[in-house]
Each structure stands twice: as C-alpha cells, then as structure tokens.
Ligand binder design. Structure first.
Ligand SMILES: Cc1cc2nc3c(=O)[nH]c(=O)nc-3n(C[C@H](O)[C@H](O)[C@H](O)COP(=O)(O)OP(=O)(O)OC[C@H]3O[C@@H](n4cnc5c(N)ncnc54)[C@H](O)[C@@H]3O)c2cc1C
Length: 287
C-alpha cells in the first residue's frame, strides 16, 4: 500500500524542525523512527501533507545520566535503551519487550511516548518511574510531567508546534528496583497485559517511593495511584503486594477481544502486579 502524497522536509537543527512544524500547522508531522507513522500512512489512517524528518539533527541521540536524571534524547532508539548501561530498573526490563528487533533498531523511545498508543509500553514505564517529557516550541523549552503529557488514546498535551527533544527520568538516590512484565501472543506483539513496577527503599527497608502502571487494560496507560499510596511507608511483603494487586485489578477495565477475555486479563493484572512488585523489591534489597 502506498501513502498519499506528501512533501519531505529534512530538518538539520531543532529550531528548523520547530519552525517547519509551526509553518505546516495541522498538516505537518515529525518523522522519527517511522515505525508507527509510516504504517499509518500506508494504511491511509494518517495523511500528513508535510513530513518533517528529525533524524539528521545532531545532539539528540544520547542516553546518559547527569544531575540525578536519566536523559534520553529524541533520537535514542529502543535498541539503544536496551543496550544502555545508564538505564535502570523498569526501563531496562521493558526495553527488550518493545516490538521486535527490526522495530527496536529504528523506533525511538520519544516517538513512542509522543505517539501515546495505549498499547505502547514506554508510557506505563514512565508513569511508574516518574518522568518529564521535554518539549521545545517557538517560545522555548518546557518540561511536561508524564501524567499531564498523556492526554488520551493517541493524544498528548504537546502543542501543535512543539517537538519532544528528550525525556528526563529521575534516578533513585537510594536502593531501588523495577520490573516490566508483559504478556504478548507472540514476539513483537503489543501487550495483551503489561505491568510496570518501581520501588525505592529507605534505610530501614521500608518503601520510600512506589510506582505502578498498566498497559493495554484501559483506554490509556494507567498509573495505579491508590496502590502506590498504599505501599509507601510499608515494609515490602507478599501480603502488601497482594493488596496492591487487588487495587490494580479494580482499576483495570479490560475488554473481551481476540487477545482474551476481560476476566482473564484482570487476573493477569493481579498476578503480574504481585510478581513485578516482588521482583522490584528483591532487586532493591540487593542493590
Ligand atoms: C510490527 C510493530 C510492532 C510494534 N510493537 C510495539 C510494542 O510491542 N510496544 C510498543 O510500545 N510499540 C510497538 N510498536 C511501535 C514502535 O514502538 C514505534 O517505534 C513507536 O510507537 C513510535 O516511535 P517512532 O520513533 O517509530 O515514531 P514515528 O513513527 O516516527 O512517529 C510516531 C508519532 O509520533 C510523532 N513523533 C515522533 N517523534 C516525535 C518527537 N520527537 N516529538 C513530537 N512528536 C514526535 C510523529 O509525528 C508521529 O505522530 C510496534 C511497531 C511495529 C511496526
């Protein structure tokens, strides 16, 4: 299948890309890895008049730690995250589960975040770990907390003329661990159900911070805030994680579809929440 006609603009700098998008208005789309946009264009569910390719812009391909944060540039591919020594916890756990090796070599973490597919893996991970999406528009740069960025299925709070230039994810100062458990029908498939877990422990071994988020069981990636609140200040235990799992199952609104029944998916949420939190706690205790 062929996409409809479009003009290609190859941006050499961030300013050029932002200006091109501002000029193009609604008819313009940034092109990063193309692993979501190009299939959508070929299926004719997206028909941008102007594609603004950001791949030649230098300085956006690093994933590194500085000032207590993990910084992920807009051209960091899923495979770069999987190979990175700077990533941690749930991020490390999730990277090999995104799509398949071919898609991971081209697709970008920021493109996935910007795309806001409720079946996408990264936004759940970022809801669990906490993150700012760094957006650049004609007026300058602004951080957008991930919880405010994800606005709906395939919609974000990014302005029409803003480019995501990177992600800023806080690196836990103390002992921490994370997990991403994903059930998929076959390699490269989107999640039937996935759960991202993140725990930080204080000196007494109690939970100082907790993050829990789910993929593919709600209309958007969902942070389970009441389970997170329940865990903070408590010692990690199987009983506590079972209680958190009940809250996660209650917050999930899966549907019956080709991937399975709603009741079964809710049970997977329960199981993966318990297992993921236990794995995160074990990792934190050993760190
Ligand atoms: C076969 C297949 C299997 C897949 N399986 C999974 C999976 O299991 N899990 C998963 O999470 N994803 C999966 N994906 C999607 C994949 O992760 C994409 O790489 C990702 O969704 C989009 O990243 P991209 O860099 O390819 O973005 P593109 O396709 O280039 O762009 C996607 C959208 O985001 C916008 N955009 C991109 N970059 C920016 C930016 N820096 N600032 C603002 N807007 C931007 C574009 O304008 C476009 O609207 C799969 C894709 C394929 C083809």
């Amino acid at each position: 299948m062929f996409p409809s006609r479009f003009d290609l603009i190859v941006a050499e700098t961030i300013s050029d890309a932002v200006q091109a998008k501002a000029d193009a208005g609604e008819g313009g789309r940034f092109l990063a890895g193309g692993q979501s946009l190009i299939p959508m264009m070929k299926m004719r569910v997206a028909f941008p008049e102007k594609l603004i390719d950001i791949n030649r812009i230098s300085g956006m391909d690093a994933i590194e730690r500085s000032n207590g944060h993990l910084h992920v540039g807009a051209l960091v591919r899923h495979a770069d995250v999987a190979a990175s020594d700077a990533a941690f916890g749930a991020i490390v756990a999730a990277a090999p589960w995104v799509a398949d090796p071919l898609v991971r070599n081209r697709g970008t973490m920021c493109g996935s975040v910007a795309h806001c597919d409720p079946e996408g893996d990264w936004n759940s991970v970022l809801l669990a770990t906490g993150a700012d999406v760094v957006a650049r528009g004609p007026g300058g740069e602004r951080p957008i907390p991930i919880g405010e960025f994800v606005d709906g299925a395939f919609t974000s709070s990014l302005a029409e003329d803003e480019l995501v230039v990177g992600l800023r994810i806080p690196v836990p100062a103390g002992r921490s661990g994370g997990a991403y458990l994903k059930l998929e029908r076959k390699i490269g498939d989107y999640a039937t159900v996935a759960v991202a877990s993140h725990l930080e422990l204080d000196d007494s071994g109690a939970i100082a911070a907790a993050g829990l988020a789910m993929t593919s069981v709600n209309p958007i990636n969902t942070k389970v805030v009441d389970a997170e609140a329940l865990m903070v200040g408590q010692q990690p235990s199987a009983e506590l994680f079972a209680e958190a799992a009940e809250l996660a199952a209650a917050a999930a609104e899966p549907r019956d579809d080709v991937r399975g029944t709603a009741a079964w998916k809710r049970q997977v949420v329960r199981t993966y929440t318990k297992r993921g939190l236990a794995a995160a706690a074990q990792q934190a205790e050993g760190s």
